[in-house]
Write a protein that binds this ligand. Structure first.
Ligand code: HEM
Length: 136
């Protein structure tokens, strides 16, 4: 769980395609954005567009814990970002990282090293997907 929440913190930098947000942005879904954030987001993502927007609108170029503060303020860009509040265990981690940038950076470093050491399952044990969302 701690790795999942810490690695999600990578969404503190970089861009995402608008197609990951338009459904949530233009439908009245239960997981809607904070209203002021939705207004800003609609400027970057018109209903039909190939645009990209910052994963972290507040501090898009800095590797920091502002991503977690955004999530707590309903300003997470992706469903996966806001979903971190859906379990007590992940929500507690979001709150701890939001309060303590050093804690986040230390855990992010550990989790990235762990991720880098994963040996991919290939050959008869698995496959490297050409599309992450489905089996080849
Ligand atoms: C090293 C860590 C990570 C990096 C560098 C990263 C980076 C990114 C980037 C750049 C995008 C935008 C992709 C695009 O617009 O085409 C994205 C999308 C996404 N990320 Fe991450 N991410 C990381 C970790 C995670 C984790 C841990 C989760 C899940 C908890 C996650 C869930 C997602 C989801 C659901 C999307 C939307 C794209 C889709 O649904 O296929 N990411 N990520």
């Amino acid at each position: 769980m701690v790795d999942l929440v810490a690695l999600s913190g990578a969404h503190t930098i970089g861009l995402a395609k608008c197609n990951f947000v338009t459904a949530r942005l233009y439908n009245n879904s239960a997981s809607s954005f904070a209203p002021p954030f939705a207004t800003v987001l609609k400027q970057g993502c018109p209903p039909i567009s190939d645009n990209k927007v910052s994963l972290d609108f507040t501090m898009p170029l800095t590797l920091d814990n502002v991503y977690y503060q955004n999530v707590l303020a309903s300003k997470g860009l992706l469903v996966s970002d806001q979903s971190l509040l859906n379990s007590t265990a992940s929500k507690d981690l979001v709150e701890n990282f939001a309060m303590d940038n050093s804690l986040f950076l230390q855990q992010f470093t550990k989790s990235m090293i762990k991720l880098g050491n994963i040996t991919p399952a290939i050959g008869s044990t698995g496959e490297v997907r050409t599309n992450c969302r489905k089996k080849n």
